[in-house]
Design a protein around this ligand. Structure first.
Ligand SMILES: Nc1ncnc2c1ncn2[C@@H]1O[C@H](COP(=O)(O)OP(=O)(O)O)[C@@H](O)[C@H]1O
Ligand SMILES: [Mg+2]
Length: 240
């Protein structure tokens, strides 16, 4: 599980996360919502150690992410990350793109890495595209390629940072369907998202961030139907 205690993050004088306390249980799907600039992406980067923190702690399966002795590269193999956009290697096929990290980071043999890559590409619905170059894939297919690439590391957690925000509207659904599939399979997921339908239907809990504070967290029914914070209600009134 992921245990976040009194997490504070500054960029210089800018106080971006102001004492976050949050537990994410294994198998849980958490959606993180909130206005642009509220600290959602920064939270994900602090969880996988891409950003240092100034106070508090992030514990992933008993490992303190920000402790001095922590092997951050090893830890990161547990935490798959999918961004708005991923720049795949244009000169490598879909299969080769996904096989790269298992080979280099996990030391898998070429054949093993290709097997893993094929399995994960089939998993995300790209079984027909193994030998295709990324330029021949649609935006939605490229995002599913990014998901396959993260899954190829056999992570225990998946962090999604607005995985559908850069997509044309008609391509959003296929990526959300893939995320939903992972959720149904029991993957532990933290999804920063503007897709309120997804947050409502797929998440176990929804966290609302406002100016670096986690203002409210609860089951989707509570957040969308009976929000306690006025900021939450205002935000939701504007996105719907
Ligand atoms: N690398 C950085 N350096 C300085 N300020 C940053 C950096 N990354 C984010 N910020 C600032 O931190 C705040 C939170 O950003 P972010 O976590 O990206 O918000 P969100 O993902 O909710 O839109 C914003 O004010 C943003 O400008
Ligand atoms: Mg962001």
């Amino acid at each position: 599980m992921i245990e976040i205690r009194d997490l504070h993050k500054y960029f210089g004088a800018l106080h971006v996360l102001k004492g976050i306390d949050l537990d994410v249980q294994n198998g849980e799907v958490l959606s993180v919502i909130g206005a642009s600039g509220s600290g959602k992406s920064t939270l994900l980067y602090c969880i996988n150690g891409l950003e240092p923190i100034q106070q508090g702690s992030v514990i992933v399966d008993d490992t303190d992410v920000h402790a001095k002795g922590t092997d951050i590269n090893k830890l990161r193999t547990k935490l798959g990350m999918v961004f708005q956009q991923w720049n795949s290697f244009p000169h490598l096929t879909a299969l080769e793109n996904v096989a790269l990290a298992p080979k280099i980071v996990k030391g898998k043999s070429k054949a093993e890495a290709r097997d893993i890559a094929a399995k994960q590409l089939i998993h995300v619905g790209l079984g027909e595209k193994l030998d295709v170059y990324p330029s021949a894939l649609s935006g939605g297919q490229q995002q599913r390629l990014a998901i396959a690439r993260a899954l190829a590391m056999e992570p225990e957690y998946m962090l999604f940072d607005e995985a559908t925000s850069a997509l044309d509207p008609e391509l959003v659904g296929e990526v959300l369907d893939t995320m939903r599939l992972l959720a149904e399979e029991g993957m532990t997921m933290i999804c920063v998202t503007h897709e309120m339908g997804f947050a409502r239907d797929v998440s176990d809990r929804v966290a609302f961030f406002h100016q670096g504070v986690m203002e409210e967290i609860g089951p989707p029914g509570q957040i969308f139907g009976d929000a306690q914070s006025e900021h939450t209600r205002k935000f939701l009134a504007n996105v719907r």
